[in-house]
Design a binder for this molecule. Structure first.
Ligand code: TTP
Ligand code: MG
Length: 596
């Protein structure tokens, strides 16, 4: 928590000092009130006594009256100061806490952006969302509470006890206060021990609730298609039920505390007045002292109640604070090198894999096994192989979505690990296997490829990627809306839009991960012809399942279980690579193969 608090800005530190000052002023003013009440009551009872004994002169009467008036005015003044400071404290505390959580959220968000895919998987997306939202809100509440009570309550308790001790004839009364405080502390500690472990559980359950809800909503089509609503509902209901049960339990316990504390508070008050009545009966001039004492006692008890609230809220916040810290403590495994190497201008678009092996961080089985190949600028290299053979894993190493376990990946002769990541990724346009569009318009989606692309550039990219017919000929044109995930476009349309988004970047290297799979043969063919005509001549790495898509590539790599089992042109492979032959014969007729 303390480590998190270091993230406050300078102004907030200053405001905290102001808050502390105001809180002390407020406590001081509050404690002045009972003293004034004592004075007023004492003067009144003295006057009463004098009148009863018949020596109340006019002069004496005025003195008493003046004293009462003065003390009354002072009470009024102190109450005013207390009111104003408490309003300002609330106001400032809210501001400090909100600013703090703003900074924290921003930091967590930017930090998560640096995570590699495996780090995100480690926490799960759902948990990362809860941590950035719900957990930070919990921390924010604790900050507000602490600012408002953590200084006020102990100050009030200590000063109050000192003040109460100074009031005359209160020895018996003090005993009552001691008993009350012991009762309070016992009550709280016992409830506290029961409730505390549940707080951690609540946060974990919130993660789960988040996960199930997300999964259900993003997969709604699959759920409906399989008529799995009931199954999903059951899953949701289970988590939901556990969450609410835990909440009910915690709140029941906490709610026991309130009447318990009220009972102790009012019981104390009653006891003081009861014992006080005997004292006043003997010595009427102690009327003021008894009432003053009773008031101070109430303040002390309230201060203890506040302390208790802090003891409840703070551990809850600490659970959340720890969860936020866990995220911030992760050192992203993919980081920029300390001294990035700048690429030279002459070489552009060469790619080389040097004996690359790779396994995913959570497993020790190699997904890629000693892969080596080389591509010159402008060449087309195709990767083919059955599903799960490691094609996606292979190309994911190029823009450093993951780092190799062994070997080297070189772009323009430089190891990708030695690049500034922004410069490396500027060179590469990557079209992922699952075409993903963002909510917005076609224009805003293309802007991901190039931020300040002109209308002409956008149109050119759309033409090249064969997206002209359904975008430019549409009445809304570039301003056509895109729903979340691009759900208002067909699979093939999404692929073409993702290709346009990549082409607008005019990169040195373009990577297509099965990006033609949803296109019909004709569109596929024209698109590939368009790619050949690009005057900036990028290097093309194409992952595909269709022989037709890759037949004319300069180099074809045949992948099987993470190993290269064949490399060469279509002509070579069709003669000497068994795996390739199998794929080819399953897709093409004998004549087509012979013609090639
Ligand atoms: P991929 O590299 O995804 O295989 P692929 O791209 O050749 O398959 P497809 O044609 O279906 O797209 O997977 C290779 C192996 O790596 C596979 O056994 C699953 C595993 N894998 C992970 O463990 N974690 C991951 O994030 C990915 C992408 C794959
Ligand atoms: Mg794949």
């Amino acid at each position: 928590m303390i480590k998190l608090l270091k993230r406050m800005d300078k102004l907030s530190y200053l405001l905290i000092i102001v808050v502390i000052g105001l809180v002390i002023l407020q406590v001081y003013s509050d404690l002045e009130l009972p003293t004034r009440l004592t004075n007023i009551l004492t003067n009144a009872s003295l006057a009463e006594a004098a009148k009863a004994q018949g020596f109340l002169t006019d002069e004496l009467k005025t003195t008493y009256q003046n004293a009462i008036l003065r003390n009354g005015l002072e009470m009024f003044g102190f109450a005013g100061i207390s009111l104003v400071s408490s309003i300002v404290v609330c106001f400032l505390a809210a501001r400090i806490a909100a600013k703090f959580s703003y900074n924290l959220r921003e930091e967590v968000y930017t930090h998560i952006q640096k995570f590699s895919i495996s780090e995100i998987d480690k926490f799960s997306t759902a948990s990362l969302i809860t941590r950035t939202t719900n957990d930070i809100t919990q921390v924010q509440m604790v900050v507000i509470m602490t600012l408002r009570m953590a200084i006020a309550a102990p100050t009030m308790a200590i000063l109050g006890i000192i003040k109460a001790g100074r009031i005359e004839s209160t020895a018996n009364l003090s005993l009552i206060v001691v008993i009350a405080v012991i009762a309070l502390v016992t009550l709280v500690i016992s409830i506290f021990l029961i409730v505390l472990p549940k707080f951690k559980k609540i946060q974990e359950l919130t993660d789960r609730l988040n996960l199930v809800t997300r999964e259900n909503l993003t997969g709604i089509r699959v759920v409906r298609a399989n008529c799995a609503q009931e199954y999903q509902e059951k899953k949701f209901d289970e988590v939901n039920r556990t969450v609410s049960k835990t909440h009910i339990f915690v709140n029941r316990m906490l709610n026991l505390m309130n009447p318990g504390m009220m009972l102790i508070m009012n019981g104390t008050s009653l006891a003081i007045l009861w014992v006080g009545a005997y004292i006043i009966n003997e010595k009427p001039e102690f009327l003021g002292s008894v009432f003053g004492f009773q008031q101070i006692t109430m303040m002390i008890v309230i201060a203890f109640m506040q302390l208790i609230m802090i003891f409840i809220m703070v551990p809850r916040g600490l659970v959340s604070a720890r969860r936020v810290r866990e995220v911030l403590d992760v050192k992203p495994s993919l980081s920029n090198p300390a001294n990035p190497v700048s690429p030279t201008e002459e070489i552009k678009g060469t790619v080389e894999y040097e004996d690359v092996s790779f396994s995913y961080p959570n497993s020790n089985e190699n997904v890629l096994d000693h892969i080596s190949f080389k591509v010159k600028q402008g060449d087309t290299v195709a990767i083919i192989g059955s599903t799960g053979s490691g094609k996606t894993s292979l190309i994911n190493l190029l823009p450093r979505f993951f780092d190799v376990t062994e070997g080297k990946v070189l772009v323009d002769g430089i190891n990708v690990k030695d690049y500034d990541m922004a410069i490396l990724r500027e060179k590469i346009a990557f079209i992922a296997q699952k075409a993903l569009l963002f909510k917005g318009t076609v224009r805003s989606n293309l802007a991901y490829g190039k931020e300040n692309a002109t209308e002409a550039e956008m149109k050119e990219a759309l033409k090249l990627s064969m997206a002209e017919d359904f975008i430019l000929n549409h009445p809304d044109g570039l301003d056509q809306g895109v729903a979340q995930g691009g759900s208002n476009f067909s699979g093939g349309q999404k692929q073409r839009l993702s290709i346009a988004r990549a082409l607008i970047k005019k990169p040195e290297i373009i990577v297509f991960d099965d990006s033609f799979s949803a296109l019909d043969f004709k569109t596929d063919k024209i698109l590939r012809d368009n790619l050949k005509k690009l005057e900036y001549n990028p290097t093309k790495i194409i992952v595909a399942q269709r022989i037709g898509t890759i037949m004319d590539a300069d180099l074809i790599l045949v992948l099987e279980k993470g190993k290269i089992v064949g490399a060469g042109t279509h002509k070579e492979l069709i003669h000497n690579c068994e795996v390739y032959q199998e794929i080819a014969y399953s897709q093409l007729s004998k004549e087509e193969i012979d013609n090639a």
